[in-house]
Design a protein around this ligand. Structure first.
Ligand SMILES: [Zn+2]
Length: 214
């Protein structure tokens, strides 16, 4: 029960985030929803009429309607919104300090998972599976070469390479988009990777009595 209420509050916070990001005039009505209070906190007062209106609208959305709304992927989210989302309290509330793919688990028949993940999670503008991949399940995660906070979550800190879909669980479509975005970010110089410089003791290789040139 706690998880359900938490899920609904997350959804509501997403909706609040969407409203605040797309329409600045609606910020006034959504100030009471404790989400994104960090922005525009000064000088805004909610008048009673507008708050009651928004409450009524929110109550009209039943759980089934919310489900349908969550599965819809026809709305195009701009990258700027996604970048702001990754730094917002709505994101913190949803993922905390874990990486977005860390707690995701693929569901498959039998004990051994299929070698490849599914082709795509979104068909005809809606989520077509019960267990969409970590990027498809959250519409505010937009793969783009400018969205560095998101791309860094899929780059291995040990090797600097993009994680395989067997580890991250991304569908093939999103994995390809991820590869393109990371490659583009490297080309633009936005993402860099430095290999740690190791000081070798060459005497271990050539013997202690050999005098090295440098
Ligand atoms: Zn997917």
């Amino acid at each position: 029960m706690i998880s359900i209420t938490r899920g609904i509050s997350n959804i509501l916070s997403r909706i609040a985030f969407a409203h605040t990001s797309s329409n600045p005039s609606s910020i006034r009505t959504l100030q009471t929803t404790y989400v994104l209070n960090c922005e525009n906190t000064e000088g805004i007062r909610t008048d009673e009429k507008s708050t009651t209106d928004s409450d009524a609208q929110r109550k009209e959305l039943t759980e089934a309607e919310l489900k349908l709304k969550n599965k819809d992927r026809t709305q195009v989210i701009p990258v700027e919104t996604s970048i702001r989302y990754l730094r917002s309290s709505a994101y913190q509330q949803t993922y905390g300090n874990t990486l977005i793919w860390e707690l995701y688990r693929r569901n498959h028949k039998g004990a051994i998972p299929p070698r490849k993940t599914r082709k795509t999670c979104v068909r005809k503008g809606a989520i077509s599976t019960g267990n969409p991949c970590p990027i498809c399940r959250d519409e505010y995660l937009v793969l783009d070469y400018r969205n560095l906070d998101l791309l860094r979550q899929f780059i291995s800190p040990q090797t600097g390479e993009v994680l395989s879909y067997t580890k991250s669980g991304l569908c093939q479509k999103k994995h390809l988009q991820l590869l393109v975005a990371v490659e583009k970010a490297w080309d633009y110089g936005l993402l860099t990777f430095d290999v740690p410089f190791l000081e070798f003791d060459y005497r271990e290789y050539y013997g202690k009595n050999v005098k090295l040139a440098n």
